[in-house]
Ligand binder design. Sequence first.
Ligand code: ASP
Ligand code: MG
Length: 411
Amino acid sequence: MGIVVQKFGGTSVADAVKIRKAAQRAIDAAKKGNNVVVVASARGKQTDHLIADAMELNSNPPRREMDQLLSTGEQQTVSLMAIAMHGMGQKAVSMTGGQIGMRTDSVFSKARIQSIDAKKIHAEFDKGNIVIVAGFQGIDENGNTTTLGRGGSDTSAVALAAALKADVCEIYTDVDGIYTADPRVYKKAIKMKQISYDEILELASLGAGVMHGRSIEFGKKYDVTIHVRSSLVDIEGTLITHEVPQMEGILVSGATSQKNLAKIGLIGVENTPGTAAKIFAHLAGAKVSVNDIIQTEVSKEKANLSFTVGNSDLLDAKTAIEELKSSIKYDKIFIREDIAEISVVGVGMRSHYGVANKMFDALAKAKVNIDSITTSEIRISCIVDEDQAETALIAVCDAFELDKPAEKRSK
Ligand code: ASP
Ligand code: MG
């Protein structure tokens, strides 16, 4: 007998029909002899509605009260799901984050999980219950309700799977798995059978929007097999696992295009020890989250420095740089908002050459100009003009044959 954690996102529990369908999946897994934990998100757009309700009353609501409020969205879902299961003849019990002992720190709205009391869940298994846990929430040492950040139910589910040493953490969603690229742009994209934690972490940070980034970090740390699959149709989705040897043979697993970006460049910035430290300390102080940084020396005295930020951080970044005017010398500042970042990701890059040139060649053939390039061990990213983002992504996907299953690509 195994332990299965099943997480249902907001769209998969949006109404009574869907809640019943989700409940049936959990019941089926229990009938196969498994102990089952269901983790559920708030129904549909409930979290957004609750935020709107709060904003109508106070545009700067206390964070503690927001967590107290937002946690109720998930609590509605789990009790409704338990009610549904009882109606379907299945023993089930719903629990809040606090009730299952999901202990977090006290950073409201982005709390981090510290520990989970697996004994409470085992006690419910012993009574024959499916345990339905409210995702996205926990409790701090003073008994305050906390939340884990938007999309945090994924992290609740993977953390529970880790604590229970579950066989699998199934993430049920409205897509049937993870695709080699966004199928809305690259129509020929196909579903991946398997992908590594490291690759999905790169893809998530690049805006692929598949899962809450921290849930993958949890999965990697505690070795939880994650299965992203459809709540509508009963087909295999995509497995997120540790790297396995055959992944090395795949040059590129996926490609992304990210648009909501801006690039800030400082031309001719003084080339002395401590300049970059000062700039990025100041940006960090302004809570600007910086993506790719490029610096090159142009002479003994001067360097060019540029970095990208999300559009939502651009204003803060601009202000922060302006504040440095008196303490840091530079010739010119330029800002580009009309950019997109095209990236390819694959653990196979570690052991193969020629990936970068294949990407650049594909962009050249598609007449896409590359503004700048950054790389990590398993990723290559090019900044291109925003209005060429689609052309660029399609060209790169075609070059790496992301329309074919990994084993059928010519390499
Ligand atoms: N309900 C929360 C949100 O909308 C958490 C989640 O869905 O994972 O962000
Ligand atoms: Mg989600």
